[in-house]
Design a protein around this ligand. Structure first.
Ligand SMILES: Nc1ncnc2c1ncn2[C@@H]1O[C@H](COP(=O)(O)OP(=O)(O)OP(=O)(O)O)[C@@H](O)[C@H]1O
Length: 693
């Protein structure tokens, strides 16, 4: 390439050098790159590339696939599922066949078709010899065993789901519906659709998908790549802020602390916290200039501080604070000594008392250091006075008192507080290396060097206008009913110019006040255009299981949006009871039996207080079943599903969550085939619908 370029541009002074020839080389490379990318996409879509066929009334046959493919004459061989021409595949019904006689769904393994399911949509136009196979692709898909990863549903998207997937991108799209109605899977297909239909906007601006936990993110992570989309950022709510603070973010606070930390009232607490001086006792600045002692006391210092912070963030305004102090000291001197202002400034700033004072009065702040100060109950009492009651203050202080000083285990709720603190104080200035190079060796290739001034400053200021948050063009929030007001603020920082897709079900909220979800949504929407889609069919739960779950939730939360369960298995849920000392054996027997009864995954859903113990009890009994069995807390089970589920100690699940019965409802709606509930102890079972009186 280099040689070719050189030859092209070498003039023999008898002919023209044509720019276009050089550009041609560049274009050739671009084409080669595009072709390689296309080949990689085609290779990746080898499995199940084509999954649908439409036989139309005008005798045209269309094939629908994960990506579009054309032949050498540019005629379509396979139509991308997101294209307009593919719409009838999802929307056509016998009542409105949209020109389709037969819809066929093909299931393949490798390059071999292993199953066909047909829907006859327009019997009137069907030829006599038209073959119609199977009982419908949807039912076949729903009865298949579940593994550890969610699968895409391109082949069987239903009409109402398709409308939400293809909704225009602008403003806020709200997808609601009960458990198992496909909200998550629909939202993910919507992300793929947006990237297809507005690729430039969303690939450049970025799409962020937020879910409740890491387990959930790894459950859904294969869906978008299976649709050919790799460019979406997936984050659990505890790690959304990892662009500004380094967070592991999976630990969950016990209910009372979580509720306090999520509340909007924490905003006032944090603002006051930042204003709390780091050193105790009255702070004053005292310097001596040519024998004159100059002092600034607390009230003047407070005024200077307030002036600076009116316009700047603390971490990016140390220079302004220094100038405010020097101005005040200069006016204190009041011309008593014959000195130029610049010389005065130098005399002051050279003094050790000045440096020490600044270190205490305007230190570079780190959000984590600031938040940990709440471990001090006396400080909490000051900054939360009139905002949190005594009990809430105690809960808050206790939650930080226990933090490991070396490796603090921040919680999911802390992440939003740390993010808020970064927004208040600005990013932490980065420390300058211990011993920066001042002088360069002869012949050094280094073009920049550190100046003496840089070296003498203890910290380097970060660009005050730089926004540390990563921003996205579209933000998709799943399980949105559990997002706390402080977390919404964190999300909005990432999507201040974004369009949104919000997915949730208030009846599954683990927050004490499910109505808060509606308030948070109306704040978010503001005056943006909003579109609402309701999913009405539960594709996950067998009707028998869902009947029990709805009886439980409706008693506590009559406003629950209850979908219709489409599938019946004829197997009723089993409501069992065991004495505490028999729990280990009962669980082992149950898991072995369920392992034979279902083909796929088995979830053991526990109250948080029993989760680790149950895991310990079960381990020795698992043998070959281990890869199929997971022990999770009710909150960890959010958004997931298993072929068989054992809900351990349902009463405790209700008691240990601020969402109470709504969290139990989540647990009861996880199975795709079989549900067993296990009351522990003779008087357990208050959750049972027949005990409600
Ligand atoms: N059109 C469809 N075709 C095949 N499977 C579907 C379809 N719609 C939903 N499903 C399946 O139903 C199950 C539930 O879907 P999903 O988890 O998206 O529901 P959800 O509404 O988010 O549930 P929850 O609120 O309980 O978390 C999944 O296994 C999904 O693949």
């Amino acid at each position: 390439m280099a040689r070719e370029g050189r030859t092209l541009y070498q003039s023999d002074r008898t002919s023209f050098v044509r720019e276009e020839d050089g550009t041609g080389l560049y274009e050739r490379d671009v084409f080669a790159f595009q072709a390689a990318r296309r080949l990689a996409t085609l290779d990746a879509e080898h499995e199940g590339l084509v999954f649908g066929r439409l036989d139309r009334t005008d005798d045209e046959v269309r094939y629908i696939g994960r990506i579009g493919v054309r032949d050498e004459d540019y005629e379509p061989l396979v139509i991308d599922w997101r294209a307009r021409a593919a719409e009838p595949f999802y929307r056509a019904t016998p009542a409105d066949p949209m020109g389709v006689v037969r819809r066929r769904v093909l299931r393949s393994r490798g390059t071999t078709v292993i199953g066909i399911e047909d829907d006859l949509l327009d019997g009137e136009h069907a030829d006599e010899d038209l073959v119609v196979v199977g009982e419908g692709a949807l039912m076949a898909a729903l009865s298949r065993a579940r593994g550890p990863r969610m699968r895409d549903i391109v082949a069987t998207i239903q009409g109402e789901q398709d409308e939400a997937i293809r909704a225009p991108y602008q403003g806020v799209t709200i997808i609601s519906g009960g458990p198992g109605t496909g909200k998550t899977v629909v939202a993910l297909h919507r992300a793929a659709f947006l990237l297809y239909s507005h690729r430039k906007r969303f690939e450049r601006g970025g799409v962020l998908v937020v879910g409740p936990s890491r387990v959930f993110m790894s459950y859904i992570e294969r869906v978008l790549p299976s649709l050919g989309e790799e460019s979406v950022t997936l984050r659990s709510i505890g790690t959304v802020a990892s662009d500004v603070v380094d967070l592991p973010g999976e630990r969950v606070d016990p209910a009372p602390a979580g509720v306090v930390k999520g509340s909007l009232r924490m905003l006032r607490v944090l603002r006051r916290l930042v204003d709390e001086p780091l050193v105790s006792g009255p702070l004053e600045l005292r310097v001596t200039v040519k024998g004159e002692v100059l002092t600034l006391r607390a009230p003047q210092l407070a005024r200077i501080r307030a002036d600076v912070l009116r316009h700047h963030k603390i971490n990016s305004s140390r220079g302004h604070a220094e100038k405010g102090l020097l101005d005040a000291l200069w006016s204190r001197l009041d011309g008593r000594v014959d000195l130029e202002r610049a010389a005065f400034d130098d005399l002051v700033t050279d003094q050790a008392s000045w440096t020490m004072f600044l270190h205490a009065w305007w230190p570079p702040l780190d959000a984590r250091t600031v938040l940990r100060r709440l471990a001090d109950p006396a400080l909490v009492a000051r900054v939360a006075e009139g905002v949190l009651d005594a009990e809430e203050q105690a809960v808050l202080a206790a939650s930080y008192a226990g933090l490991d000083p070396v490796r603090p285990q921040w919680t999911v709720a802390d992440a939003a507080l740390l993010d808020e603190l970064v927004a208040i104080i600005g990013p932490t200035p980065t420390e300058v290396e211990e011993d920066p190079t001042l002088f360069l060796a002869d012949g050094s290739q280094v073009a920049e060097l550190v100046t003496t001034a840089d070296r003498l400053r203890p910290v380097q200021e970060v660009d005050p206008h730089a926004d540390p948050h990563q921003r996205y063009a579209h933000v998709l929030v799943d399980e949105a009913q559990d997002i706390t007001p402080m977390q919404w603020r964190m999300l909005r920082r990432r999507g201040s110019q974004a369009s949104w897709t919000i997915v949730g079900d208030p009846a599954q909220s683990s927050w004490p006040d499910p109505e808060e979800y509606d308030r948070a949504l109306s704040d978010l929407v503001g005056r943006a255009p909003v579109r609402r889609y309701r999913m009405s069919t539960n594709y996950r739960s067998p009707a028998e299981v869902f009947e029990l779950a709805t009886a439980v939730v409706a008693r506590e939360y009559p406003a629950a949006d209850l979908p219709t369960a489409v599938r019946s298995t004829g197997i009723e849920p089993e409501l069992r009871r065991v004495a505490p000392e028999g729990l280990a054996e009962e669980l082992a027997t149950l898991v072995r039996r369920l392992g034979e009864q279902v083909e796929g995954s088995i979830g053991i859903i526990c109250p948080p207080s029993r989760r680790d113990a149950v895991e310990g009890l079960l381990q020795p009994a698992l043998d070959g079943l281990a890869p199929r069995v997971v022990v999770v807390s009710a909150l960890e089970a959010k958004g997931l599903e298993y072929d068989a589920v054992v809900v351990v100690a349902p009463d405790d699940i209700v008691a240990e969550h601020s969402g109470g019965t709504r969290v139990l409802y989540v647990a009861l709606t996880r199975p795709t085939q079989r549900l067993v509930t296990l009351d522990v102890g003779a008087d357990a079972g208050r959750w049972r619908p027949d005990r409600s009186g």
